[in-house]
Design a protein around this ligand. Structure first.
Ligand SMILES: Nc1nc2c(ncn2[C@@H]2O[C@H](COP(=O)(O)OP(=O)(O)OP(=O)(O)O)[C@@H](O)[C@H]2O)c(=O)[nH]1
Ligand SMILES: [Mg+2]
Length: 480
């Protein structure tokens, strides 16, 4: 809605919305992916959503008279009276809609032209193109969801695997919000009792003990620290675990990579040093996303600058990976370079990294000699015939496997969550130290609890910081 032409006094201000002019606009966007499709949905939200839609469909049907949440056949008309499309429309009345405002969804044929024209016509009649995430921003401002739930909507849309979906859905259903609420209750209760004790310092309230208060602060801080640990795991679940295939040149890393993915993604050649750049591809394995990384063969001499760069990238890929498949050629005796790789893998795997050794080319006669060194439980495979591949994948998935139950726990999916909760935990620990008997710092401890509550409020979005909201909603796609 254009502010100049709108008598704003006549418009309904959504409950809880800041009194910025922009929030009174009626916004429009295509809610389906760009390109051709069977259906394309144009969404309007705001005080003029129904009136603007009426002007698109002509006099009939009378949209104001429609039953909300029912599909109604409509025709969309061009300015010159030509038919643009036959479509279906649904209207949702405030506050019973996604955004909490009046919303109209028009289901057109999924033609890029029809969708563009419908949007243009809506804009000509007073709508404004929506910003990324603006529908969800309005839902948040209208109290339909808190900030962690709004973030989860974005994660859900992006989820590519069962685990990522489970985590996002749980958060959208309010799992983290409910946990935050319980922490808040705990802190509030403690604060109320501490403040009562401070107000009646002379009377020695029997129900309150400073020692117990200190212990409860620490217990809460400990619980929050436990939840803080979930951030890394959530990252792995959402982005996929990185598993790098590493080894000396020509052992068959790219061949294994292709065999795992089921298509010829990487170039394979007899020439050592074929792979230069690292290649990555996401694949779902037992519900978890795995980003397989093919790397350049590692050798110690006799290579040019491009291969050198490839080797550097391979080393970086090893450092960044969560797991490693170390590939050896079973049809050849061990070579000096295999030991170079072994040292790299062993060094990298000191930090909680998973690794497995794959002995490739098992279709050829075995000529591998261990020379006193033998990795644990190697798996003989053949990229050429596919033998042993299932076992290799089983080994990797056995390590990555989480269960549906595990994914149903509370996770911190955003860096923002972690930062807010780190502060909550710090303030609680501070309060715990100050509450300790003999400290006589009850007032300061109570102040720390107030700070903890504020940080917790930020987590669920009890904030009017434009910086935080901007950062959260700019990551959305347009139309959501
Ligand atoms: N017989 C047989 N040959 C294989 C197998 N796996 C790979 N090869 C062959 O080994 C050669 C090297 O394979 P690549 O997959 O390019 O090896 P790489 O480890 O990626 O090599 P670089 O990229 O140079 O580090 C090619 O000629 C492949 O056809 C296998 O399981 N059996
Ligand atoms: Mg290769």
């Amino acid at each position: 809605m254009n502010q100049d032409s709108a008598p704003s006094a006549a418009l309904r201000v959504p409950a809880g919305a800041p009194e910025e002019p922009g929030v009174l606009d009626t916004i429009v966007a295509v809610g389906t992916p760009s390109g051709e499709g069977a259906i394309g949905i144009v969404r309007l939200s705001g005080p003029q959503a129904i009136d603007i839609s009426q002007s698109l469909v002509g006099a009939s049907p009378d949209l104001q008279g429609l039953t909300p949440r029912h599909l109604e056949p409509v025709r969309l008309w061009e300015v010159d009276g030509h038919l643009l499309d036959r479509a279906l429309a649904t209207l949702y009345r405030s506050p019973r809609s996604y955004t909490g405002e009046d919303v109209v969804e028009i289901f057109c044929h999924g033609s890029p032209y029809v969708l563009r024209r419908t949007m243009e016509l809506a804009v000509e009649r007073g709508a404004r193109l929506a910003q990324p995430g603006e529908f969800t921003l309005r839902a948040y401002l209208n109290g339909k969801m808190d900030l962690t739930q709004a973030e989860a909507v974005c994660r859900l849309i992006r989820s590519k695997t069962r685990a990522a979906h489970r985590v996002a859905l749980g958060q959208m259903e309010g799992r983290l919000s409910r946990q935050a609420f319980r922490w808040k209750e705990g802190i509030l209760d403690l604060l109320a009792r501490a403040e009562a004790a401070l107000d009646h310092a002379e009377e020695e309230l029997p129900s309150f003990s400073w020692l117990e208060a200190a212990q409860r602060c620490r217990a809460l801080a400990l619980q929050i620290s436990g939840t803080l640990q979930t951030f890394q795991k959530a990252r792995r679940i959402q982005e996929g675990l990185r598993v790098a295939l590493v080894g000396r040149p020509n052992v068959g890393k790219s061949s294994l990579f292709n065999r795992i993915l089921g298509h010829e993604r990487a170039i394979v050649a007899e020439l050592p040093g074929t792979t230069r750049d690292t290649l990555e591809e996401l694949m779902e394995l037992e519900g978890i996303g795995i980003v397989w990384v093919d790397t350049a063969g590692i050798r110690s001499e006799g290579f040019g600058p491009v291969e050198q760069e490839g080797i550097e990238r391979a080393r970086a890929a090893i450092r960044r990976s969560d797991g490693i498949v170390w590939v050896l050629d079973r049809s050849q005796p061990l070579q000096r370079e295999d030991f170079v790789v072994r040292d790299l893998v062993q060094e990298a795997c000191r930090e909680e990294k998973f690794w497995v050794c794959a002995l490739n080319k098992r279709d050829l006669p075995e000529r591998l000699r261990w020379n006193g060194f033998r990795p644990e439980d190697p798996i003989a495979v053949s990229a050429a015939t596919g033998q042993g591949m299932l076992e290799l994948l089983r080994r990797v998935s056995g390590w990555t496997q989480g269960s549906d139950r595990e994914w149903g726990a509370v996770f911190l999916t955003e860096l923002r969550h972690r930062q807010a909760l780190e502060r909550v935990a710090e303030f609680l620990e501070q309060a715990g130290r100050l509450f300790a008997p003999g400290e006589g710092q009850g007032e300061l401890a109570a102040a720390s609890l107030h700070s903890a509550l504020r940080a917790l409020g930020e987590l669920v979005g009890e904030t009017d910081s434009e910086e935080i909201l901007g950062a959260v909603f700019s990551r959305f796609c347009i139309g959501k």
